[in-house]
Design a protein around this ligand. Sequence first.
Ligand SMILES: NC(=O)c1ccc[n+]([C@@H]2O[C@H](COP(=O)([O-])OP(=O)(O)OC[C@H]3O[C@@H](n4cnc5c(N)ncnc54)[C@H](OP(=O)(O)O)[C@@H]3O)[C@@H](O)[C@H]2O)c1
Length: 276
Amino acid sequence: MPGLFGPLNPPFADYRGRRVWVIGASYGIGAAIARELLARGAQVALSARSRSLLQGVADGHADALVAPLDVTDVASVHAAAKVIERAWGGFDLALVVAGTHAEMRARAGRADGGEAQLDASHWNLARARQLLEVNLHGVLNCVDAILPVLERQASGGIGIVASVAGYIGLPKALIYGASKAALINFAESLYGDLRPQGIGVYLVNPGFVDTPLTRKNRFAMPALMKAEDAARVTLDGIAAGAFEIHYPKRFTRWLKLLRMAPYRLQFAAVRRATGS
Ligand SMILES: NC(=O)c1ccc[n+]([C@@H]2O[C@H](COP(=O)([O-])OP(=O)(O)OC[C@H]3O[C@@H](n4cnc5c(N)ncnc54)[C@H](OP(=O)(O)O)[C@@H]3O)[C@@H](O)[C@H]2O)c1
C-alpha cells in the first residue's frame, strides 16, 4: 500500500502495448480518450451503443477492438468483456466514461402529468430513474464485468468518470449531481477494497468539457475545456498514479474550497454564481 507520500495508485510509465477498455468511446470525452490512447500506442477496446461511431473512432486501427454494449443491459456488458478477454486474455485498465445528462429542478409538475412533466425545470420521477439507470446502475453493471478480470489478474486498474457536479448540489443538476456524488463515494470505497489487492482505482472529475453532452446547455460554462485536452489530462493523471484526476484546476479548486465551506456560505456562493 502507498505511504504518506508518493502516488496512491500504480503509475503507468508508458501506455505502449497496454490493453485499455474504454466504455463510452463513441463520442465526447471517451472518444477523445480512445484516440489519445491509440496515439500513445495502447491497444484499445471501444464500447458504447453505436457500433458505427465506435468504428469511426477506431478508424481501422490495428490496435483497436470494437465491442458494442449498452451499460443499462448487464448481459451486453458481460458479453463485451468476454469478447475482450478472448482477444487479449484480460486488460490492464478499464475506463468507465459512459454517462448522460438531463436537466431537472424540483418544481412540482402538473398533477395530471401533462406537458410540464416533460419540462427540464420540473420534477419527473421517470426521468430521474432513467438518469440513475445509466449514470449509476450502468457503472455498477460495468464494474460487475470488470472486477472478476482484475481480481483474477491481481493487477490492472479501473477508472470511473464522475463529475465536479458530485461535489456540491448545483441548480439544474438535481439527479445528475446525485448520480455523480454516488460515484465519487463509490470510487473512494472501491479504492480501499481494491488497492490492497494490487488493483488501481482512478476517479475522474471533469469540470465543463465541450462535448455533445454540454452543447445542450443554455448557460455560460466557466473554464470550458476541449475534449482532447480533457483526454490528455486524464491519461497523464492515471500515468502518474493519481487517485483523483480533476480539471481544469482553476475551476475545480474553487469548487473543492466551496465544498468545505459552511452551508450558509456555500448556498449563497452557488446562488450568486449561477443566478438561481
Ligand atoms: N462534458 C462535460 O462537461 C462533463 C463534465 C463532467 C463529467 N462528465 C462525464 O463524462 C462522461 C462523458 O461525458 P461526455 O461529455 O463525453 O458525454 P457525451 O458526449 O454525451 O458522450 C457519452 C458517451 O457515453 C456513451 N453512452 C451513453 N449512454 C450509454 C449507454 N446506455 N450504454 C453505453 N454507452 C453509453 C455514448 O455512446 P452511445 O450513445 O453510442 O451509447 C458516448 O460514447 C459522462 O459520464 C459525463 O457525465 C462530462
